[in-house]
Design a protein around this ligand. Structure first.
Ligand code: ITT
Length: 196
């Protein structure tokens, strides 16, 4: 089970776990499942909550992803609140607009940020978490058409490209989520014998 309702995350996860001898079921395909409230104050807490809850209900090994963008000059915001930075049910566009507004007066040399992705794998008593991190800079104007969320303003200085200027596979190769998923592959093999 993939305990996420975010289609963009599902696409990246499916691509990164391609080749595993297992069927990945997005939560939305299962039918009626309760909405899991993300009320924990850490990414890890929310990932564990989502994975445990859906694993308990479905009886299927479950992978959950909780991700946050942490901007140093904003003391780590939006962080665990990344999806609702500009309010409940905010769109990607509204969140990016708020981020650029909050950072208007921050000079170019102080715009460092990182994405942090925590994945939890749960089934019955078994629980493991893995993490991935990717560092970059928040630029002042959107660049690129790919990716989702904050990708158009997240610049990878060594490539001089934003995540939105990469293909899905290029992004997975270096991203927080790609890194976490390579570790998650190992966990799936160790816990459930799921392999190629
Ligand atoms: P689920 O809880 O159902 O998985 P969500 O969209 O609420 O979906 P998160 O809380 O993990 O998921 O994500 C927080 C937000 O951070 C998300 O809505 C995006 O705006 C942003 N985000 C997450 N991963 C991202 C990525 O790889 N690139 C850019 N933005 C990302």
């Amino acid at each position: 089970m993939l305990a996420t309702r975010n289609r963009d995350k599902i696409s990246e996860i499916q691509e990164a776990l391609r080749g595993l001898s297992v069927r990945l079921i997005p939560a939305a395909e299962w039918g009626e499942l309760p909405e899991v409230e993300e009320d924990q104050d850490t990414l890890q807490g929310n990932a564990i909550k989502k994975a445990r809850m859906l694993a308990d209900i479905t009886g299927i090994p479950t992978l959950a992803d909780d991700t946050g963008l942490e901007v140093a000059a904003l003391n780590g915001a939006p962080g665990v609140h990344s999806s609702r930075y500009s309010g409940e049910n905010a769109t990607y566009e509204e969140n990016v607009r708020k981020l650029l507004r909050e950072m208007q007066t921050i000079p170019d040399g102080r715009r460092q940020a990182r994405f942090r992705c925590v994945m939890a794998v749960a089934m019955g008593e078994q629980l493991r978490t893995v993490e991935g991190e990717c560092r970059g800079m928040i630029i002042r104007e959107r660049r690129g058409q790919g990716g989702f969320g904050y990708d158009p303003v997240f610049l990878l200085p060594e490539l001089d490209k934003t995540f939105a200027e990469l293909t899905l596979n290029e992004k997975n190769r270096i991203s927080h989520r790609g890194i976490a998923l390579r570790k998650a592959r190992e966990v799936l093999r160790e816990l459930f014998g799921i392999g190629e």
